[in-house]
Design a protein around this ligand. Structure first.
Ligand code: SF4
Ligand code: SF4
Length: 347
């Protein structure tokens, strides 16, 4: 991989150039919070953001509502694909890892052409965290830094950015920069320092074991009382699902015209904490009890999904969004996993 360096003023010019070429989405201020929005100018971009309200991967690669196909009576159906190229600029390492996991999920077994088309049209410029959020624990989950998935990775080293070029797409973008400079040893040393500091700083809730032990821990925890204790105050509101970069469950529903002559099929976000998520024909419901739904979410994060996609990194990437979103303050995965370690030990 090539590493380049770009001064902050030149970087603004680079971003302005990108905005003229295609849609660019990046973190923007929303009062005292941040959210990925389409950029109209480089001035809107806030690479010093702590965390965004919604994860960029889910917002743009698996949107809350998307039309999968349309149909007309007598004319069959037409699949609908979103083929607009776009750039996600400023994706933090934990959100990048969540996208890497989604890429594996949607390309293995049942290849999801709707997700994959969007992913192939996306260019991702990741960036190392400058301001840690209040609840981030990415370092405990192995995502304080990221090594794959991005087209370009930016690291703020003071008056400039080190740009690591990860792909040919990234190389093409950087080719537009006037007088590009190679990063020298001193720049790379500064980047190394940022990475080492982020391993310390992005750990507001510390996991008391190596994350690779979590699947084994959960094997022994299915009947533990913590699930019932925590779920007592759960509202089943699903907020922890909706803000999570690695939740991907959806429902598929048809929207049919009044005369049945045409319609569309849509995919909409769903969430395993919501009552009715597991309801099937005949009024059977597999996880009717709140404690079962509460347990399921934390098993998915640290056991089911990593085992399914063969990931050593858990499907909780430590962004901390669920911790901030949960009103009764019970959603923090670290608190539950640490409680299990305390009660069951490490074997
Ligand atoms: S479970 Fe919570 S902390 Fe982990 S990735 Fe999802 S929202 Fe972030
Ligand atoms: S754990 Fe918290 S955020 Fe999640 S459904 Fe229950 S109350 Fe809502």
């Amino acid at each position: 991989m090539k590493t380049r360096k770009i001064g902050k003023d030149a970087f603004k010019g680079f971003v302005s150039g990108l905005i003229k070429q295609q849609k660019v989405f990046g973190p923007c201020a929303k009062g005292d919070r941040f959210e990925f929005e389409q950029l109209d100018s480089a001035e809107q971009l806030r690479l010093d953001y702590d965390v965004t309200l919604r994860p960029p991967g889910r917002k743009y690669l698996l949107p809350p509502v998307e039309t999968l196909l349309t149909y007309e009576m007598g004319d069959g159906y037409k699949s609908v694909y979103d083929e607009t190229p776009f750039i996600l600029l400023g994706v933090h390492p934990y959100d990048m890892e969540a996208i890497n996991q989604s890429d594996r999920l949607f390309s293995q077994d049942n290849y999801d052409c709707h997700y994959m088309k969007r992913r192939q049209n996306a260019t991702i410029i990741a960036c190392d965290v400058v301001t840690p959020s209040q609840n981030v624990f990415a370092a405990s989950m192995g995502t304080a830094t990221v090594k794959t998935g991005f087209d370009i990775l930016l690291t703020d080293i003071g008056d400039s950015y080190v740009m690591e070029i990860g792909t040919k797409k990234g190389e093409k973008l950087v080719a537009g920069i006037k007088d590009p400079k190679d990063a020298d040893d001193n720049d790379l040393e500064k980047r190394k320092k940022v990475w080492a500091e982020n391993q310390e700083r992005l750990n507001k809730h510390k996991l008391n074991c190596d994350y690779s032990y979590l699947p084994k821990l959960l094997e022994r925890a299915y009947k533990h009382q913590v699930w019932e204790e925590k779920a007592k105050t759960c509202f089943s509101c699903g907020s922890c699902n909706q803000v999570c970069p690695t939740c991907y469950c959806f429902n598929v529903q048809d929207d049919v015209s009044w005369n049945f002559m045409n319609g569309k099929r849509e995919r909409v976000w769903d969430g395993c904490l919501l009552d009715g998520f597991t309801k099937v024909a005949g009024d059977h419901e597999f996880r009717k009890k709140r404690q079962d739904r509460f347990r399921h979410r934390l098993y998915r994060k640290a056991k089911y999904v990593p085992e399914k996609i063969g990931s050593s990194i858990p499907a909780c990437v430590g962004c901390g969004r669920c911790v901030s979103a949960c009103l009764p303050d019970i959603a923090n995965p670290i608190k539950v996993y640490n409680r299990l370690i305390e009660d069951l030990g490490i074997k």
